[in-house]
Design a protein around this ligand. Structure first.
Ligand code: FE2
Length: 375
């Protein structure tokens, strides 16, 4: 009998309790403009700012919020800076997947003693709003997990940041929380990475897809989903597989110049409304699957509450598992390098990741790859 999601994650170890995603930090070439893009296009709100005006001499960070999602956009102010190096090599991309924990020092101790490589030694930050503790370890590539403990902190974001009051406050787009963040790793690195999440973080592998299940005429990939014990933290991992042509994972690895975050999936309660709002603000989505996809839907996923016409019009995909169904759609890359993109997801019981859509999705991705001359 197939195990439910709850049964699968019950085996996770509890030495690293996680309350959810705290924030995702991007290193970018121009944080001021990136912040404007995420406000305008995705409907994020201004939350906090740190930079020269708050005593930070070498960088500027803009914190944006929508629902429970916090994005931090950080840029260095001089070329001779690790952040500038990161941007020069990878382009704009995700540096930090921060996890909200009750005890950051213990999280650091438990993970480093199991082999986690330190990135940030345990640190206490104070201001008039209290005390915030943090620590961090490396995961794949140059990406890091920070552990953030804020139970004794009541400020707007973190010591060092001030509230960012802006006169420009575009309406939100109904984005609620981060559902999962996917990483791309290099050839033959899947098992190592999966073992790392098991051993160092106490996560469990809840789903696996091999290249027989995820392939198109041209390319293939493998994917394994890692989850913590309460399911609040889910990190699917992709590895390229041999195909006739270059896979989208290989293209990512080539242009990101290494392993890194491929996509961030954000949840909504009304995907049709959210996608309409995002499109009207200039967010670009992958092209819709062929007509046949929607004709097959009732047969493939059974009855759904949504009307088919708007799904078809917007190119929203539907998949199901034993626990229900889900609706999802993927943006094009949000920078010129074909690297990071976003997924918008609405879960209606399903706890899986849309494997039934992988083929339609990858064919859409390959149409983009071909236009770039990278297939
Ligand atoms: Fe996803």
């Amino acid at each position: 009998m197939t195990q439910t999601f709850a049964e699968k994650i019950a085996h996770a170890q509890d030495f690293l309790p996680i309350n959810g995603t705290d924030y995702v930090e991007f290193y970018v070439g121009n944080a001021k403009q990136a912040a404007h893009y995420y406000k305008t296009a995705f409907g994020f709100q201004s939350l906090a700012y740190a930079g020269p005006e708050t005593g930070l001499r070498d960088r500027a960070s803009y914190v944006l919020q929508q629902g429970k999602i916090r994005l931090v956009l950080t840029t260095a102010l001089k070329s001779d800076h690790p952040i500038s190096e990161h941007v020069r090599k990878h382009g704009d991309g995700v540096k930090v997947l921060a996890l909200w924990v009750d005890d950051a020092f213990k999280a650091f101790e438990e993970t480093t003693k199991r082999g986690g490589r330190p990135y940030q030694e345990p640190l206490v930050l104070n201001d008039e709003s209290g005390e915030l503790r943090m620590a961090g370890i490396y995961t794949y590539g140059e990406t890091v997990h920070m552990f953030i403990e804020r139970k004794n902190y009541h400020g707007v974001f973190m010591p060092g940041y001030r509230a960012w009051e802006s006169e420009y406050n575009p309406e939100d787009a109904g984005l609620l929380y981060i559902d999962h963040c996917v990483g791309n790793v290099g050839w033959n690195r899947m098992n190592e990475t999966v073992e790392w999440y098991e051993k160092v973080m106490g996560f469990v592998n809840i789903l696996s897809f091999d290249d027989k299940q995820i392939n198109t005429e041209y390319s293939a990939l493998m994917s394994k989903v890692m989850s913590n014990g309460n399911g609040y933290s889910k990190f699917p991992i992709n590895e390229p597989a041999e195909g006739k042509k270059k896979s989208q994972i290989e293209e990512y690895l080539e242009f990101y110049e290494g392993e890194g975050v491929q996509h961030i999936a954000v949840a909504t309660n009304d995907i049709v409304k959210t996608v309409r709002a995002l499109r009207s603000r200039g967010v670009e989505f992958l092209s819709a699957p062929p007509e046949g996809y929607y004709n097959m839907l009732p047969e493939r996923v059974g009855r759904i509450e949504e009307e088919l016409a708007p799904l078809r019009e917007l190119g929203i995909l539907v998949d199901c598992d034993e626990e229900g169904y889900l609706l999802q759609i993927f943006t094009k890359s949000v920078e010129d390098r074909p690297t990071l993109f976003f997924e918008i997801i609405q879960r209606k019981g399903a706890q899986s990741f849309g494997a039934g859509n992988f083929k339609a999705l990858f064919e859409a991705l390959e149409r983009e790859q071909e236009l770039r001359g990278n297939l």
